[in-house]
Ligand binder design. Structure first.
Ligand SMILES: [Zn+2]
Length: 97
């Protein structure tokens, strides 16, 4: 089950939530009650792919220097290549996790 990051618009608290399928996730902050928004980072499971899918969003040049490609989650279970070499679209099943 993917782990998503939500961030509070008021106090910047980041909440990590496990969500399956089309669950909407939290809408308010536990700390201050402010509105939270879903961060566009990759699911935390992808953090294991250090340098490939990395939460810190390394620059394209950094990725290229390591011979890595960057893929962006399109939100429908597929990933589109943003830089580097490799297939232009990969499905979640094709990710080498
Ligand atoms: Zn808050």
């Amino acid at each position: 089950m993917p782990l998503f990051d939500f961030q509070c618009n008021q106090c910047d608290t980041v909440i990590e939530v496990l969500l399956s399928g089309d669950q909407p996730g939290p809408s308010t902050c536990d700390s201050c009650g402010g509105e939270v928004r879903r961060l566009l980072s990759s699911p935390a499971a992808l953090k294991r792919m250090d340098g490939f899918f990395h939460k810190d969003n390394p620059s394209d040049a950094q990725l290229a220097s390591k011979g890595l490609a960057k893929y962006v989650n399109r939100g429908d279970g597929t990933y589109e290549k943003a830089s580097g070499s490799g297939p232009s679209i990969m499905s979640r099943d094709q990710l080498p996790l």
